[in-house]
Design a protein around this ligand. Sequence first.
Ligand SMILES: [Zn+2]
Length: 367
Amino acid sequence: MNEDDTVPVREERVIAAAVRAAYAWSTRDEHGGEAMTEICRMTGVIMEAHGPGKSPTGPLDLVEALGRPLRGLMLSSDDTGVGEIELLDGDELTDAAHDLAAEYACPLDRTGAGTGDWLPSWTRMRSDRVSREVFRALIEDGSQKVYVNSRQFIIENPTGLPELLPDERLQAGARPAGRCGPLAAHQKHTGRDGREYWWPCPVCKYPMVVDPPEVRCPYRLHRARFGLDETARRPRLVLNAGHRGPAARSAAGVECVDAGVWRSVVVPGVTELRLAKRLRRYSEVHLWPGFDTYDLHVVTGDYHYDVKECASLKQLIRRLREDGAKAMLLLPDTHSHQIDPLRQAGFAALSEKDAVKLARRAAGEAR
Ligand SMILES: [Zn+2]
């Protein structure tokens, strides 16, 4: 059998095509003919992957399927939750589409599907590729220190005022990387005072999605979901499970990194920086050694970790089998349920709790 014809490879194409078609449908008012052409192409990709008689038979049939759980389009059974994801909610792209794209997006042009140049990079490239593109110039430049400072700067400052950013960057020893642009319509809200406002996610600081009566971070695990109170002149967020919502900020002149950089660099980076901070209580920790060969080097005890925060365990194992593990896999507390299956698949994996324990022990021995 041709390697391209195995079930996992065909299934990756199906999910990648489904994300692209869902994105195209959700932006068809803006992109018109191009969007509809893309949906037709993606229908072709999915039909080809399924073989005759088992898939959507036309573009509108596919659009309808995108509003139902993904398992209806998948080629194999799924017990990792990916099959439950819906990509369209009415005509809107769901938040989970970003998570799937980060793990499944792949080039589909060799199947005669066109390159879809008008599509944003996050719908066409997996997050590791997007992040390599973002930092390409810095990697070629060859300074690990500037690379680390720049990467950390983006993670900590995904949103800002363009006139302040250069100074702040200079102070942080960072250089520009990735595109910034004005906030999108769904990231702002006009108050009763006629001014535009935005809210940073309390975890990643990226502009939350304003979807009245709700304001939320599209990355579900940040658990940032607030009610919108519009009774005052300046809109406010109401408490959510005891957490006070961040205050509304003026959207005038504010820019943020694009959705691809947010999902590929900022979201995983927030966890990497959090873990580094925890481990630095016991040891010096280097971030992204060798231009991101892996994520964390804990110097005392010489531990090397690659942090994995993936929605699809199945896809993670597939990637690890293909590319090989670069270091011990470190699973944040939110993903500790993936440790046993990863070990059963033959990979060395460790929980956040155990990594902290090891660092503490090594620090004690070194004393
Ligand atoms: Zn967030």
